[in-house]
Design a protein around this ligand. Structure first.
Ligand SMILES: [Zn+2]
Length: 318
């Protein structure tokens, strides 16, 4: 009997372990809030740091909900309320999260100082280093920001409570300097906020995909309305505009018509449309996939499409 019980216990533990591996939890911590405004810009029309942190945090969470599966997002605050550092740590630790990101904006006495920073507790955590490096890579290469790099305790000469006392892999992100006029202007535009948030999202996505290769994270893009293998003559092209989005991804073009059911297209998991350009040029057929309301959304899927072999794919207006 004892042996049987032991066996059952082992079974439960191992199946729990398996189950846990299939889902990860991310804590998103929007810095400051309530009566703690964080840093302020010199421009009185600008939002205080606490508000920018919340906007960017919610965008990151929204992108994760929209494009990733098997990731649960927990927020330390979802509105303009004050949450103490102890409570942030407590909330993160009690959520059994795998990852933690704290989102902030920076300030410096010298107004020319600008750029992004990703802070970790110390360089001994290889996972935190990898995540932080990917963040800075995305900020610099994809979002076009000036990256000031990854910094730890030693670099900043003080510890950050939310990094020191949280048990999971964590990074504190400084999205830019509110004391730099140009950067403050940028962070106060919805475009700037979206670009920064999508860079954070992309870094997180890349990092977790590498860290958990056995978990399926990407949500398949739902096929758009309409029939498969629909050929749209260019004179009817305007009609397709009536579908929800304005943007689509141009995959490739060809001289002779290809079936949209070929394996190369099927591998995308998206509906592919063939458009007859009715042109005298050699390349008469265009292949598009997806319908997106914003260019930013289309760009997020474009990355996935390129990885699947469509290296020359671009986002176009429908
Ligand atoms: Zn801050």
């Amino acid at each position: 009997m004892k042996q049987l019980l032991l066996f059952l216990c082992c079974l439960i533990v191992s199946s729990n372990g398996l189950f846990a591996q299939n889902k990860i939890t991310l804590v998103i911590d929007a810095g400051h809030g309530g009566n703690d405004p964080g840093h302020l810009s010199n421009n009185e029309n600008h939002l205080p740091e606490k508000a920018l942190n919340l906007i960017i945090s919610k965008l990151v969470g929204q992108y994760i909900d929209q494009y990733l599966t098997n990731v649960e997002v927990v927020y330390t605050r979802k509105d303009d309320s004050y949450v103490s550092l102890d409570d942030r740590v407590e909330k993160a630790n009690s959520s059994n999260a795998t990852y933690f990101m704290s989102i902030h904006c920076n300030a410096n006495e010298k107004q020319h100082v600008h750029g992004t920073e990703s802070h970790i507790h110390d360089f001994s955590s290889t996972k935190a280093v990898a995540f932080a490096e990917e963040l800075e890579h995305q900020f610099s290469k994809r979002a076009g920001r000036h990256s000031r790099g990854v910094k730890d305790n030693g670099d900043r000469e003080h510890t950050l409570q939310v990094l020191k006392f949280t048990k999971m892999t964590g990074v504190l992100i400084e999205c830019g300097f509110l004391t730099n006029e140009k950067e403050a202007n940028y962070l106060n535009t919805s475009e700037g906020q979206e670009v920064i948030a999508s860079a954070i999202y992309r870094a997180f996505r890349t990092f977790i995909q590498e860290e958990h290769p056995k978990i399926k994270f990407l949500k398949e893009t739902l096929p758009t309305k309409g029939n498969k293998n629909t050929e749209i003559a260019s004179k009817n092209k305007k009609d397709t505009k009536s579908s929800k989005g304005e943007y689509t991804i141009q995959l490739m073009s060809s001289q002779d018509p290809l079936e949209t059911s070929i394996n190369q297209f099927q591998g995308l998991g998206m509906e592919v449309l063939r458009v007859n350009l009715n042109t005298k040029n050699a390349y008469k057929y265009l292949y598009t996939a997806g319908t997106f309301i914003t260019k930013e959304e289309a760009n997020l899927v474009l990355e996935k499409v390129k990885k699947k072999g469509f290296k020359d794919a671009i986002v176009i207006k429908k």
